[in-house]
Structure formats: C-alpha cells, structure tokens
Ligand binder design. Sequence first.
Ligand code: DAH
Length: 341
Amino acid sequence: MEEKLRQLREESLQAIRSADALDALDALRVKYLGKKGELTAVLKQMGTLSAEARPVMGQLANQIREELTEAVETARASLSEKALELRLAAEKTDVTMPGLPVRIGRRHPLNKVIGEAKEIFIGMGFTIAEGPEVELSDYNFTRLNTAEGHPARDRQDTFYFDDDDEVLLRTQTSPVQVRVMETQPLPIRIISPGRVYRKDEVDATHSPMFHQIEGLVVDEGITFADLKGTLNELVRRLYGPDTKTRFRPHHFPFTEPSCEVDVQCFECGGRGCRVCKGEGWIELLGAGMVHPRVLEGCGIDTRKYSGFAFGVGAERMAMFRFGISDLRLMFENDTRFLEQF
Ligand code: DAH
C-alpha cells in the first residue's frame, strides 16, 4: 500500500504541476482528491492492514492529501495570474492610435438665416424677445385689434386647445409685441424669432409649423421712414447691397398704414421667371405703423409715442438666401441636403 500511495503522489503531483488551464486543474483535483477520487480509493483499503501499519499509512495518506491540496492551490494561483496577464495584454489600448473621426454636423439653413438676422438687428440696437408658442387668443388676436369673427380666427386655420377658443398654438409671432409692450419700459426695439402654427396642408410652400421673425420699435417720433430704412438695411445685408425692395399697400388689423415688402427676384433679377411667377418680385414680409388701438391697449400714450412693426417668414428668407425651391426640404432632415449649407 505504501508503494501505491507513493506512486499516486508522484503521478498526481506531476499532473497537477503541468496542468495548463484552470478547468483542467479542477478536473485533476476531483480525480485525485475528490470523494470518489484515487486517494480515497486507496484509503478505503486501510481495513486490510495490520493494526501497527494502519496509523503509519494514515499519516502518510494525510500528508499526501495536504501536499496535493497545496500543489493544487499553487497551480491555481499561477494559472489565474497567467490568465489575467493574457487578458490584460489582449485588451491593452494603444493611446497613440489615431481616434475614430467624429462626424461634425452643421447649422440648419433656417437657423443660419435666423442667426444672420439676429446679428443684423443686434447691430442696429435691437434685443431679442421671446414669447410662448401656446398662447392666449387674447394676445394672438384680440389685443392685436383682430375682433371676434375676424376670418383669421377661423377654426379651419387655427389650432385651438379648448372649445371656447381661448387657448391656441400661436398663428403668428405678433402676440410677442403685446407681451413686450406690457412688460418692458419704453423705448422698445426688439425682434422675436420663433415657431408659429396654422392648419395648412404640406406642399412646396406650406407647412403647419413654420418660423417667423417679429420686429417692434416704439419710441418718440417713429415714422414710416424708420420702418423703410430698417427693412431696407435688413434686405441689403441679407441679399446684397444692390437688392431692390418694393413697399406695397396692404391690410393688417394691427398696423395702420400697413404694407407688404417685396424683394426683386433673386432668380431672374426682376425680368420675370418661374420662381417669381413672372412678377419679377417676391413677397418677403408684412409690416406697418403699429395701430394706435394696439398701443393704447398696452397703456402707451399715442400722443407721445408711435411705432412700427414687421413680421418675416423665416423659411422664405432661407429659401431666397440659399435658392431652395421646396419648403419640405427644410423639415425632412436629409443630411445630403443639410450638408450643402
Ligand atoms: N403677423 C403677420 C402674419 O403672420 C405678419 C405681420 C404683418 C407682422 C405686419 C407684423 C406686421 O408685425 O406689422 O401674416
């Protein structure tokens, strides 16, 4: 039996030391030291030994068990360390490798023209004002001198939130005029870019959501000449110093007198083409002298103060500015389109 034990010891120690993986090592541990393992099998034969030999063999067997256990632990430690080293080597990052290029986007053409307009107006002493997109009918219509029953209030054109038609998605940025006159001290010189909403079917020139830039100036002695000078400056800065404008009489409830401003067609230079439908001119914005009723409704003394206001369609501005022929391109977010600006 002693011979058997020593042989087992030799064989198992060698096997354990040469194990090359953790799972192989574990299999060896089971094979030699497990409940049904080889060492146990030898020990089961102890009963056949003489009373003197038994303790000697028992001691030897225990010693071998300890030796083997220790050998397994040592081998496990070195195999784990090796495995960790391999993993670290495999996962090593080379910080000197060139990085993955980040695709940088660009500003949307609409934000570009709005940004340009802001720059131009800030240069003329204007500040930027903001108003809510969810607006009260009172601000969107009534206080802009647009009475009950006016066609602009129609449910066909306006998104209302309630049956009483009191809360709506603003159809124009003009309500910001009232909000500013209510809260800011005079003189006032603001522009207010933002989204507006109307129940329009989508086509090449219509969208149920679009952008406007509102403008308002209120001070002593403001005249139509100030309006013309300011808007001519805007147009020339946006479209070039030789761009011609045309001020055409029009009607808006909140201005008196009112006008629409056309610019000479960017496509044909005024001769008449498909873009301007043969007119030679393209409508850019609405404007006028602020109606005394609107000023007085905001507590402004019209014997002392007067003002002008205007509202530009921002999509229109961008379309002229960049020669874009279809409004829908602006909202589809096709990067092949957007990359061009
Ligand atoms: N709010 C008008 C519209 O959406 C545009 C407009 C016209 C704004 C005249 C003004 C203005 O401030 O004076 O059609």
